[in-house]
Design a protein around this ligand. Sequence first.
Ligand SMILES: [Fe+2]
Length: 212
Amino acid sequence: MINEISKVIDLNTKKEERVLDFSDFQKQEIKFDIDKLQEAYSQIVKLKKFEDAGVTHFGAISLTQIPGDPDSVKGNKARGIFWTKPDKSGKEVVRDQAIDESAYSEFITDYENTYFKEVYDILSSRYKLGRMRILLKEPRSTLSWHRDPEPRLHIPIITNPGCIMVIDNVAKHMPADGSVWITNNTKYHNAFNGGEENRIHLVACVLDYNFN
Ligand SMILES: [Fe+2]
């Protein structure tokens, strides 16, 4: 029995060294108004339906597009390329198609009168952004175990304690308090919503953020 346990926990590790490393979840110094974010979200969902991109329990509304190209936010373009390990072989496969993130430089005019425009202007002055989307994760659902091409900026808008993001072997809940996080999505990760209400995050691809 002791031998089995020692395979999981290195009993020689000192107690103070048995700490999780949360450095793949980086809280940014900027903060937004959560009431205004929630109000902007309720305005947007009156104007636009979520794209599911063929994925169950998932939805996306893109707030940015390729200039003059409304088709650039439809169907699979609401999702994008990722890598996953879908079966017992553990072999990595690629899914979906690459997106030219840097081309998504136009904030969609339909949403210009919402707080999200102010958020977009402030964020895009600080970071080189790709697509900015509102992402829906339905109750009692999960994503695949996957990695993405670049880090992601998250602003939780509606969440519950059962909404957890897992990066590698570290799990974290990000509260909906106006905080901004950049997460290292280039490592294998997942997100699940174990609550009974939708989880809504504002998510942007970040093209100039290094985790090392
Ligand atoms: Fe991801």
